[in-house]
Design a protein around this ligand. Structure first.
Ligand code: FAD
Length: 466
């Protein structure tokens, strides 16, 4: 009986270095691919911004797959039902996928594997999204890592497999229409700013390595500069894999040894992603439970008004508002400002980190099941390798340090654009004449700060100490 291979695509929306796809294309038989927007209980669905990215990315991949003779289908529903059904429909003798690492997803994949095997289908899974999978790296005691630096040292010494080279092509087919609605109206700000898909991901990486990497160690903390790679949404959806990045940087260092320092700094950030996945795999549902259980005993404040002001970039604290508006309008926020906005929410406002994590989940194009909760817990202090609870960022001094001329604030909070540099991070301290000259009426054209920074810091220290 004629047979085929079904590739279940998840966070691996690329052709190059895609182990499940490469393995499928080695066989002579037809290859089908499917992406399922899963509605199964217990699985986390992509938020609004990520879904916009996902659909665009699938459109790009659809053409690339068709050129290799692979027909892509898009489904929404329970993968526990859809995958076995599709395997039957396509008479698949084999089903391949690249692995995921969240406990719920893994349990789910295990059940599907079992069912397929009962139907006589061969199932294989691969590593498509990590340099080193969580069970292949452990401390000398054989336990999972809880601290980043030793994890990074161990990771550097691991043999990282080279990306998969050229893959086989079957005859081209016409790309099928994918069955989803076009992007919602609010997605324009995102679509305007990003090129989405595998080709774009490769271009972004090579431009970054050519133009920005040398200054990355200095510029990466300055939100006004385009000093970071902006690879995060591409990595999130697997339009590029970390092995491709790893080897591109290593080859660059080999040909240009002066780039060694900057290259290592960049790879260590990519390793934070690996570390987040290590935690996602080894810990219990990190988007729901604090990694340090005592943090789940904190009496977080319920303050809907403050939460809304934070979400909409109306806190009256310029660097916070700039970050939250950048997020809302573009689906991305600079890392330094992510730390500051998360710190204001969880410390000064004492609002549960899960509320912030959820907002980011819905609004970030790079909203990642490992990086987002792990980073939120890092800032909140509840994470495995978190900053100690008494380290509370001051958004004014941080703003003055990392956005010294206030350019970032002026870009995203235009109400403040005419304020002198001295006051741009603390307009509430400027005198009436200065505010007048800048056309600013606090409480009318721009909010008064929703929280007093010093007193709220004390309150946070007090609560956290208890
Ligand atoms: P670069 O500096 O160019 O780094 C390259 C890559 O390394 C990134 O694309 C990312 O994959 C990885 N990386 C860099 N910094 C970190 C980090 N601190 N932790 C984990 N991985 C890192 N990153 C996400 O990808 N998705 C998220 O949902 C996410 N949520 C965050 C929430 C908070 C509260 C904080 C403080 C950080 C969060 N981060 C998240 C981490 C980091 O802010 C982003 O990865 C980074 O800003 C993306 O920009 P870039 O690609 O230009 O980064």
């Amino acid at each position: 009986m004629a047979s085929s291979t079904l590739v279940w695509l998840r966070n691996d929306l690329r052709i190059a270095d895609n182990p499940a796809l490469a393995a499928a294309l080695k066989h002579e038989e037809p290859v089908h691919a499917v992406y399922v927007l899963e509605t199964d209980r217990g699985l986390r669905r992509p938020g609004g911004a990520a879904k916009v990215w996902l659909h665009k990315s699938l459109e790009a991949l659809n053409g690339d797959l068709a050129a290799r003779g692979v027909r892509l289908s898009y489904r929404e529903g329970e993968s526990g039902k859809i995958i076995p059904d599709m395997a039957r429909e396509t008479k698949a003798g084999r089903v391949y996928w690249n692995r995921r690492y969240d406990p719920a997803g893994r349990g789910h994949d295990g059940a599907i594997k079992k069912e397929l095997k009962c139907d006589g289908v061969a199932v294989e899974s691969f590593n498509g999204s990590l340099l080193v999978e969580p069970w292949d790296i452990a401390t000398q005691q054989g336990t999972p890592y809880g601290v980043f630096t030793p994890f990074w040292k161990a990771l550097r010494d691991k043999p990282i497999p080279e990306p998969i080279g050229r893959i086989e092509k079957h005859g081209a087919i016409t790309a099928p229409a994918l069955d989803f609605d076009g992007p919602p109206g609010w997605a324009d700000g995102i679509l305007k700013r990003w090129a989405i898909g595998e080709d774009a991901a490769k271009r972004v990486l090579s431009d970054f390595l050519d133009d920005l990497l040398a200054d990355y160690p200095n510029d990466r903390d300055l939100p006004r500069k385009d000093g970071t790679s902006r690879m995060s949404p591409h990595l999130r959806f697997g339009e590029i894999g970390p092995r491709q990045i790893w080897f591109a940087v290593r080859h660059l260092i080999d040909s240009k040894p002066s780039m060694a320092g900057a290259g290592e700094t960049f790879l260590s950030e990519v390793a934070w992603r690996e570390f987040s996945y290590h935690l996602l795999y080894h810990r219990d549902d990190i988007a729901r439970h604090s990694m340090q259980g005592r943090f789940d005993e904190i009496e977080w404040r319920t303050d809907t008004k403050a939460l809304h002001a934070w979400q909409k970039g109306q806190t009256g604290i310029p660097i916070i508002d700039a970050g939250m508006r950048q997020l809302w309008q573009t689906g991305w926020m600079h890392n330094r400002v992510r730390m500051l906005t998360a710190s204001l929410l969880t410390k000064n406002l004492l609002i549960d980190w899960r509320k912030g994590e959820n907002w980011f989940w819905d609004t970030l194009v790079d909203a990642d099941p490992a990086n987002n909760p792990a980073s939120w817990q890092w800032v909140a202090g509840s994470g495995a390798d978190a900053a100690p609870y008494f380290r509370i960022f001051n958004p004014v001094t941080q703003g003055e340090k990392f956005d010294p001329g206030g350019d970032y604030v002026r870009e995203w909070v235009p109400e403040l654009k005419d304020l002198p540099d001295k006051w741009v991070h603390k307009p509430w301290l400027a005198d009436a004449g200065t505010l007048d000259k800048a056309g600013l009426k606090l409480g009318t054209t721009y909010p008064e700060p929703i929280v007093e920074l010093k007193a709220s810091r004390e309150r946070a220290l007090d609560t956290l100490k208890r």
